[in-house]
Design a protein around this ligand. Structure first.
Ligand code: 3HC
Length: 697
């Protein structure tokens, strides 16, 4: 008897139940158990119908991803599914939670499918750099036709049980909360009616209809834009097309070949690392699972700017009342208008109903007074980067907020401990660094101060998850993890232009690498004036900060997209950058003024200087304990800055390139370019000397 798959009898129904927490993934033990239980069912003369059902929180959520890359063990998943499909007794798959990937493929290998109303179905393989590899690309189109199959499999998005019923993927939706009752009732009905087997492989009318369709080429063209740089979405189209051009058996073979190609691709490695890294990042080192978490029922935000408004939306979206405080009525009015515009735009695109917009707007209140925050459970300060102002705000919050309120700052660079020192409760002070636009970007860099309590750390991590973000806990230093590394990349990008590259060359190297935008397009988006003001303040304070060509652009009022001119120029209302000859001239004049003779710079040098410098800084961040694990840095960069997930994040990517190769280049640039940023991280030196890896630390 398998420990993870049981066979029992309920009258004329043989029940095969899977119990392999947390998500009933199709591990070797589960596959073996499924085959054994099927055999029992087949041999059981008392039963005429079988029911496949899962224990715990979900139906089977896919192949066991942890087994990928290991030596495959029989029975393979396609063999298991083929055996289920061949059964001479009809099998009902009863779905609750999520039926994903190999789980849905197994359900499609059964004859009938029922689900609870709350269930979700999908093929997320593409998000792991794969295609469905156990018949999904051949069976799904037989039920839903080419277009829907392409849509589901290339997006990886889940669909609801209702949608699945409408599409003919499932046969029935049960109202009962208990999947066993729903499944059993359906199987009993089939048994009573003497229902025959009904194999998906034999359903061919939709294949005939779409056989000559040009939808495959249309989809490929669509993916050229949507899935730039990705490998597996195109393989999904090839596999689905095979369902329309080959026999079922040959289609399965073709699917297997394409699945293997994806399995062997580096993108699969990177995406699976990203999947597990995201989940690991939620487990903070040194923080016990049993750490109490404070309940967050009301939230306060300080500052009605773009950041404050975006952050407030996250809480309203999950039904938490939020009060925004600002010192100017005009700012509050404008902030609320922006929030409404954002919601209205979602409603126009069909993401929200008008009622939902109104409900969320009702949850966001405003006030000119800090007193309005006396009973909130969490305050997030989101005003501009000025230590004196932030300290004043925290001191006021300390006065008005009830004991136990978490006082968080959205600072992107400033010292959390210094901010905390303005209060009598530094243990309740923490950083919650959101990324712009805060209602969209998935990352929250949670920054621990020296005195931040475990309870507060655990709570802000839970808050991030609750508002559907990815939280990463990091230590306190200038720029924390993300901006500290970005700062080094920015410095190198500017230096490369000083030396002879063009901004567009630098940006193209970065976008070809896989970033959604280049360094300079990003400066234009964020606003060149921001950095300019910071540098000016530092100069006013007596620091030696040389004037660069970006400062000269800012002095001309070229602040970026908002002024339709920055490093690039923009047409009114458009975000599409154009090269501006005026900027080229300004850079040329700057070089002359500095006595720089421009040289030809290769794309390889740009790539190395922009990305290796980040890896070197990342190693210093690890060495100093600012990040606990290299995967935390990877997650910050994937979710905060669009580092391509298929490369696994900067630290994972560095290991693919080879830490010895990175170190050799870093040492080289340390001699030719110089500067603190190129001083090799001791950790990098040590790992190369010992043959170690970031991920083994
Ligand atoms: N294999 C192994 N472990 C898995 C897994 C899988 N397919 N799916 C989830 N897990 C693990 C997670 O790593 C996590 O482990 P941890 O507790 O040790 O960190 C645990 O299960 C719970 O996962 P989540 O924290 O993500 O829980 P949620 O409730 O938020 O989400 C989920 C559940 C929707 C099932 C989500 O985990 C998910 O999307 N999983 C991936 C599903 C997937 O991609 N399936 C396709 C696999 S590829 C395949 O099937 C190939 C086939 O076509 C041949």
């Amino acid at each position: 008897m398998s420990e993870v798959v049981a066979y029992t009898r309920q009258g004329s129904i043989g029940v095969i139940s899977v119990n392999y927490p947390p998500v009933n993934a199709l591990s070797h033990a589960v596959r073996t158990g499924l085959v054994a239980a099927l055999k029992q069912g087949q041999n059981d003369v008392e039963v005429d119908t079988l029911l496949l059902v899962c224990e715990g929180r979900t139906f089977i959520a896919g192949a066991d991803i942890r087994e990928f890359g290991k030596l495959p063990k029989d029975p393979s998943l396609p063999d298991v599914i083929n055996a289920y499909e061949k059964s001479d007794k009809p099998i009902v798959a009863a779905i609750h939670g999520t039926a994903l990937g190999g789980g849905l493929e197994l359900a499609l290998g059964c004859d009938y499918r029922v689900a609870l109303k709350s269930a979700k179905l999908g093929f997320p393989e593409v998000k792991l750099g794969l295609i469905p590899g156990a018949g999904g690309t051949q069976r799904l189109p037989r039920l839903v036709g080419a277009y829907k199959a392409l849509e589901m499999i290339t997006s990886g998005d889940f669909i609801s049980a209702e949608d699945a019923l409408a599409q003919g993927i499932i046969d029935f939706i049960g109202d009962d909360d208990a999947i066993h009752i729903t499944g059993l009732a359906y199987a009993q009905k089939l048994s009573k009616e003497n229902s025959p087997v009904r194999r998906v492989r034999d359903i061919n009318h939709k294949i005939e209809i779409d056989k000559e369709s040009d939808v495959f080429d249309q989809f490929r063209a669509k993916l050229e834009k949507k899935s730039r740089g990705l490998f597996s979405p195109f393989k999904c189209v090839d596999a689905i097309e095979a369902a329309f051009t080959l026999s079922f058996t040959d289609g399965l073979k073709r699917e297997r070949e394409l699945f293997k190609e994806c399995m062997e691709s580096f993108q699969r490695d990177g995406l699976i690392h990203s999947f597990f890294a995201e989940r690991e990042a939620s487990k903070v080192k040194g923080l016990s699972k049993n750490t109490p978490i404070r309940e967050i029922k009301r939230v306060g935000i300080i500052g009605a700017g773009t950041m404050g408004g975006g952050i407030a939306m996250n809480f309203a979206n999950i039904g938490i009342p939020t009060t925004i405080v600002d010192v100017q009525q005009e700012a509050l009015k404008h902030g609320i208008e922006v929030i409404r515009r954002n919601y209205d735009s979602s409603a126009k695109k069909g993401g929200l109903t008008v009622e939902q917009v109104e409900e969320r707007m009702r949850l966001i209140n405003t006030s000119l007074s800090y007193e309005a925050l006396y009973d909130v459970d969490l305050v997030i300060e989101a005003v501009f980067e000025n230590m004196a102002i932030k300290k004043e705000i925290f001191s006021k919050l300390d006065e008005v907020c009830k004991p136990g309120t978490i006082l968080a700052t959205n600072t992107s660079t400033l010292n959390i401990d210094e901010i905390a020192s303005a209060t009598q409760r530094p243990e309740d002070v923490v950083g919650m660094h959101f990324f712009s636009p805060a209602n969209v970007m998935k990352l929250v860099e949670n920054v621990r101060g020296t005195k931040t309590s475990d309870e507060v750390k655990a709570t802000v991590m839970a808050v991030a998850r609750k508002i559907n973000k990815v939280g990463v806990m990091v230590g306190n230093c200038y720029g924390f993890v993300g901006n500290r590394m970005l700062h080094q990349r920015g410095t190198e990008a500017i230096a490369l232009v000083n030396e002879g590259a063009t901004p567009q060359q630098v940006d193209k190297v970065l976008t070809d690498f896989g970033f959604p935008m280049g360094q300079f397009a990003m400066s234009d988006l964020a606003g060149i004036d921001v950095g300019y003001r910071i540098r000016k303040e530092r100069r006013n304070a007596g620091e030696m900060v040389p004037i660069g060509w970006l400062d000269k652009l800012a002095e001309q009022g070229r602040f970026g997209q908002k002024t339709q001119a920055g490093v690039y120029k923009y047409n009114a209302g458009s975000r599409v950058p154009f090269v501006d000859s005026e900027v080229e001239q300004l850079i040329e004049a700057f070089r002359k003024e500095q006595g720089i003779i421009p040289r030809e710079i290769t794309d390889q040098e740009i790539l190395e200087r922009c990305v290796y410098v980040m890896v070197n800084e990342g190693a210093k961040i690890l060495e100093e304990g600012i990040a606990d694990r290299s995967l935390d840095i990877d997650v910050v960069w994937i979710y905060g800055y669009g580092f391509p997930a298929y490369l696994g994040g900067p630290m994972f990517w560095a290991e693919q390139i080879g830490l010895n190769n990175i170190l050799e280049s870093v040492r080289g640039y340390s001699k030719t370019v110089g500067g603190k940023q190129w001083k090799p991280a001791q950790l990098l030196e040590n790992l190369v000397a010992e043959g170690g890896k970031f991920k083994e630390l």
